[in-house]
Ligand binder design. Sequence first.
Ligand code: TXA
Ligand code: MG
Length: 326
Amino acid sequence: MTAEPGTRVLKADTADTVAAVAAAARCLSAGGLVAFPTETVYGLGADAGNGEAVARLYAAKERPAFNPLIAHVADAPGARRLGTFNADAERLAAAFWPGPLTLVLPKRPDCPVADLALAGLDSVAVRVPAHPIAHALLEAFGGPVVAPSANRSGHVSPTSTAHVLSDLRGRIDMVIDGGPCTVGLESTIVACLEQPVLLRPGGLARAAIEAVLGRALKLPPAQDMPLAPGMLRSHYAPKARLRLDAKAPREGEALLAFGPGALDTPMPTLNLSPRGDLIEAAANLFSHLRTLDAPGTSAIAVMPVPHEGLGEAINDRLQRAAAPKS
Ligand code: TXA
Ligand code: MG
């Protein structure tokens, strides 16, 4: 879509809500970035299935690394299309959705969320927000919307449109102004992969969750919250070794290329972006790594990716994937 000169602010107080939500849903469908209120904090939304829109979202936030994002859906049936619910997840969803609770679930094989938004993980974080504007937007859009807090990386989460604009004006297409957020703290994140684990304390109290589960939540293995994806034990790492800053593949290696230079090699090759575009490269990163990480490939040679813009985050992920496995 053509870039907006600035960021449109859509008032959603009374009669204007329906029109604002419809315009925002169209913007998301066109690959745009829309900030919207939830009961916890303002989120910066993008179409979860559109890898390039997700890449632009990371660029707007200036995230130095690709943290996995929360997929927001209108209701529990929408969530079931993304992840698999065990008995604990069923109980928590029934008790607390819609509301300030995010569940991390094993992702379904047909989960439509872009690999980049999941940072290559096999799990997906899902939330059904209670805020009427968030709910209306998700209904109108009709699919999952990934939405990190609508702030620049390293800044605090925004609870008003003024906060969103001071961080992101001119970097995103629009913001729906729904007034201040009532909870003001991000959602509580519980992983329901095996035993339920509290990954992030938040707007829903731990005691309420434990009362519904009938037992205590486990804490993550490290005392630090495992919120940087590199610290997640389950974080995606290819089985093949990665050889960074490669000029060309060696015998038995696959090649992850970048940029327009034609490479004449019989080895399996995928190009992150033949036109040298870092947004396109980010969108392709995790899926290309997965495709090249095939049985029989001893290593993946990776051509240099420039360090500017999203290149910083791309190189961060590549370096983590290349680090020796402990
Ligand atoms: O209240 C909220 O949750 C807000 C509103 C907008 O919904 N969103 C939010 O998103 O706080 P964000 O991106 O700022 O924080 C999401 C957190 C990150 O720390 C990320 O590491 C974690 O969720 N996360 C996402 N997917 C995960 C996964 N599969 N496994 C573990 N952690 C995950
Ligand atoms: Mg945040």
